[in-house]
Design a protein around this ligand. Structure first.
Ligand code: SAH
Length: 472
């Protein structure tokens, strides 16, 4: 992030604009809408200023700006669209220590103006940091269709209850919950349907009920959420909604920054990560921590990589909650094997190759892998191995030792679905060496079966990162 997003209060403050054409008119209009006083310097004004010229907070000077004009000024827009004038304005503003913006000239900008979606009092600013104002405007256009015009009205409506809510609900968390219900519940529906009187009655009734219930012991809830293999686009809508609602989040190393950035900003973050053979927080402790936080009234988000019920110990974590009667919900996620298959161009089943797929863990106890080889060696079956990378050579030898064809295609997909995804393909006989040569050491799925050959035709994601193709 190259710029700090802030909303600046300019009511009754002086803003200076230089220029008399479209760009200057836009900035002037914006500043006037934010209730600033605008002083503009330009020889002449375009037609676009006809309305602006009548505005009581607008003053026009048909002369050059001088240093003295910048006194008490809070912001300057140099929109003369003339390089010499812009530079002069920039230098004057620097001298007077007033933040300055020269549109479309990032080096001469102390601040930039985002594309704006105005549903006052809700205002959304979208910035591309100057990299692509067109893209910012395209995003704005999409948001225009997503955020109903009536949301401004809703914000004003709930805002009118602020003081009363502050007085009746003294605990911050009670207030948060009340507001969440207010903007998503019946009162909001009534208001958006145009019935402000009933909306008001409904919200008052809800506020009184909330105030009466504040003494009751509060019970929180646990959301056990699958965050998918990495690409944040693969989160479910429900996952995102609960991530935005949580008071505290417990996460581990499989959860990338892209996903963590989507968790509510002010949620408390607790790292409970584990490294192989190096358990930082014991499982039992994580379960107890979640129970404690929920009993304290918190909404606890337990984010798990992939799917919580596939090699995620999600079941164990919530058993403790179930035994204590703590409410919880489980949100499925895209499991790593599914992510690796899709983004690696390797279908796990295919009518010509595999009618079944089996997911196993290669994480052996005391360095020894103990798997049901007979079950794994079934024909027309794909095997997806989780947590098997560190045992890859012995896994491959065991497969061959139990009668598998050394020429059977196999692949490793590392960091599946992430921008640094790498795929190594080979055979049972060659894969381990190739993976070692490529220096693969991130989270990886091993896929074994003839479906791996399909990648040659179906690879679509970062194909240039493919490290090798199958050669028998
Ligand atoms: N619950 C998770 C699995 C957790 S076990 C799920 O459903 O995906 C951890 C193992 O998952 C890792 O050792 C690795 O084998 C696999 N894994 C997790 N994320 C991965 C990714 N982005 N790419 C490849 N494998 C991944």
């Amino acid at each position: 992030m190259d710029h700090l997003p802030v909303f600046f209060n300019v009511k009754d403050k002086k803003i200076i604009v230089i220029g008399g054409s479209t760009a200057a008119a836009r900035k002037t209009d914006l500043a006037l809408r934010a209730h600033a006083h605008v002083t503009l310097f330009a020889d002449a004004l375009d037609d676009e200023f006809i309305d602006i010229n009548r505005h009581e907070n607008f003053t026009h000077h048909a002369r050059e700006i001088e240093l003295g004009d910048l006194e008490n000024c809070v912001l300057v827009y140099g929109a003369a669209e003339d390089e010499t004038i812009d530079k002069r304005v920039y230098d004057l503003a620097k001298q007077a220590r007033v933040p300055v913006n020269i549109p479309d000239n990032i080096p001469l900008c102390d601040f930039i103006t985002p594309a704006i979606l105005d549903r006052s009092p809700i205002v959304v600013g979208i910035s591309s940091g100057g990299a692509s104002p067109i893209l910012a405007r395209a995003i704005k256009a999409q948001l225009e269709t997503l955020i109903p015009a009536s949301f401004g009205k809703l914000a004003g409506f709930v805002g009118s209850f602020r003081d009363e809510v502050m007085a009746k609900l003294t605990d911050g968390r009670d207030r948060l919950r009340f507001w969440e219900r207010a903007v998503e519940g019946t009162a909001a529906d009534l208001l958006l349907a145009g019935d402000e009187t009933r909306a008001r009655e409904q919200l008052m009734a809800e506020l009184d009920a909330a105030a009466a219930a504040t003494d009751a012991p509060r019970m929180g809830e646990v959301y056990l959420v699958g965050a998918g293999p990495g690409d944040p686009d693969l989160l479910t809508f429900r996952a995102l909604r609960l991530m935005q609602r949580a008071d505290v989040v417990l996460y581990d190393r499989l959860i990338g920054d892209d996903v963590m950035n989507l968790v509510r900003r002010d949620a408390e973050r607790i790292y409970v990560g584990k490294l192989p053979q190096n358990h930082i927080v014991p499982q039992e402790e994580i379960s107890q921590m979640m129970a404690r936080l929920a009993l304290d009234g918190k909404r606890v988000l337990r984010l798990k990589g992939g799917d919580p019920f596939i090699f995620g110990r999600g079941g164990e974590e919530i058993e403790v909650l179930a035994s204590k009667g703590i409410p919880f919900q489980v949100v499925p996620g895209i499991t790593a094997a599914a992510g690796a298959a899709a983004y690696g161009g390797i279908p796990l089943t295919h009518r010509d190759h595999a009618q079944a797929c089996i997911f196993v863990t290669g994480h052996g106890k005391n360095g020894k892998v103990d798997l049901d080889w007979k079950a794994l060696l079934q024909p027309s079956q794909t095997v997806a191995i989780y947590m098997g990378l560190s045992q890859l050579p012995s896994l491959m030898s065991e497969f061959m030792g139990h009668g598998a064809d050394p020429g059977l295609p196999a692949a490793v997909v590392e960091h599946a679905t992430r921008p640094n995804q790498r795929v190594v393909t080979g055979t049972l006989g060659t894969l381990a060496t190739r993976v070692a040569e490529a220096g693969i050491d991130g989270p990886s799925i091993i896929i074994i079966g003839t479906v791996v050959t399909l990648r040659e035709r179906l690879s679509w994601f970062n194909p240039d990162k493919a490290i090798s193709t199958i050669t028998k």
